[in-house]
Design a binder for this molecule. Structure first.
Ligand code: URA
Length: 402
């Protein structure tokens, strides 16, 4: 087989065989097929799509590109959630400790910033000392003792997603239902969760800009997960507005800590409680979403989720005291504010433009080699529907350079 023939076959809209997809993925991971051919293929997939069958083959090829976590012996239920990506979407940072406080075990494997959306791993890197690269042994220990871990793809586990994810980020090939499906599911299968909740976002700040496209992505994720033998649920959520009041890596860690302290904004907490409830239903401990939400609220309000977060930060090498001392004070060097031009009501932020602005400030990457700036970002001082007075601050920008 030759990569160029696989690219032209997909470019002309034909269905690829399992062997062809396997050849491409294995060759890419082995270093035999270069970035430029894989980005040409990804662009062909972006325009031509894939059948459910091809999406399943791609997911399997990506899982087979590395090891899977062996979690036998870790008491269940092992449940995880994954978001399809948004602006200000720090739900995972709050949800994982909350779900663990409710009795679930959460082996969470996340990604870095993708396109204009933030990445959980880049946010966690902003915590002093925190390590997301964990050995199998450490993962098992974390699940057994703390109840949850947060890690990422590596050279050993789903290396195909690590490479493809970084390539798609900078080649305009993120917004593809089959590529998103295979990227998410390969991580979720490799990490060994028994049941999955997908937060499928649609709107200006999401990769799917309409609810119809969001629904199609949800169907693809749930059907492919079920065909591979996992219980799966998708919630369709709005990404028309940035989530919460902050976007940027450290800023989002800070807002997550505030959520765990019971000071989170309503939009973020509503979403977090609802997803915790579905995780509890999917994992089995509760029968209804209402029961799950009530349990999640109790575990947040009584401080159990915050305690889990601090245990987990310490377990993964982070410095809890240093982090807590940075809350509300750690910021980028420069800041500027935007003020209301007159009295009235806030009409809403354009979540896509906010995500692109945060990326341009350095919260995301323009090239694969770029490192992100942890302290830059945006603070939304007013949000849609809030009353405004002329001259009132509505947005603060944190930047590293003029
Ligand atoms: N999250 C992922 O892990 N992969 C994608 O492609 C999009 C969101």
């Amino acid at each position: 087989m030759r990569a160029v023939e696989i690219i032209t076959k997909k470019r002309s809209g034909q269905e690829l065989s399992e062997a062809e997809i396997r050849f491409l993925i294995d060759g890419y991971v082995a270093g035999d097929i270069p970035d430029y051919q894989v980005s040409a293929w990804a662009m062909a997939v972006y325009f031509q799509g894939m059948t459910f069958g091809e999406t399943g083959f791609l997911t399997r090829a990506m899982i087979a590109s590395g090891d899977v976590l062996h979690l036998d012996g870790v008491p269940g239920p092992l449940v995880d959630k994954h978001s399809t990506g948004g602006v200000g979407d720090k739900v995972s940072l709050v949800l994982a400790p909350l779900a663990a406080a409710c009795g679930l075990r959460v082996p969470m494997m996340s990604g870095r910033a993708l396109g204009h959306t933030g990445g959980t791993l880049d946010k966690l890197d902003a915590i002093p000392g925190f390590k997301t690269a964990l050995t199998q042994e450490k993962i098992r220990e974390g699940l057994n003792t703390v109840g949850y871990i947060m890690t990422g793809q590596s050279a050993e586990v789903v290396p195909a997603d690590r490479l493809l994810y970084a390539l798609r980020d900078v080649s305009g090939t993120v917004e593809s239902i089959p590529l998103i499906t295979a990227s998410i599911l390969s991580k979720k299968f490799a990490e060994g969760a028994e049941a999955l909740v997908f937060d499928v976002k649609s709107g200006r700040g999401a990769f799917m800009d309409t609810v119809e496209k969001g629904r199609a992505l949800a169907v693809s994720l749930v059907e492919t997960a079920r065909s591979l033998g996992r219980r799966a649920v998708a919630v369709l959520t709005d990404m028309g507005q940035p989530l919460g009041r902050m976007t940027g890596n450290f800023l989002e860690v800070e807002e997550s800590v505030l959520c765990l302290r019971g000071q989170g904004p309503d939009d973020l907490m509503t979403l977090t409680y609802r997803q915790a409830a579905w995780m509890l239903v999917a994992g089995g401990p509760v029968k209804t979403v209402a029961e799950g939400e009530a349990l999640a609220r109790r575990k947040l309000e009584d401080g159990s989720a915050l305690k889990k977060w601090e245990e987990s930060v310490a377990f993964q090498g982070g410095d809890v005291a240093a982090l807590n001392a940075q809350i509300g004070v750690r910021r980028a060097k420069l800041s500027g504010v935007l003020t209301a031009p007159g009295d009235g009501w806030h009409g809403g932020w354009d979540a896509l433009e906010c995500g692109l602005a945060a990326t341009a400030l350095g919260a995301g990457r323009n090239r694969k080699e770029d490192t992100v700036l942890p302290d830059v970002g945006l603070e939304f001082l007013a949000k849609r529907g809030e009353p405004l007075k002329k001259g009132q601050d509505v947005l603060r920008v944190w930047a590293d350079s003029e």
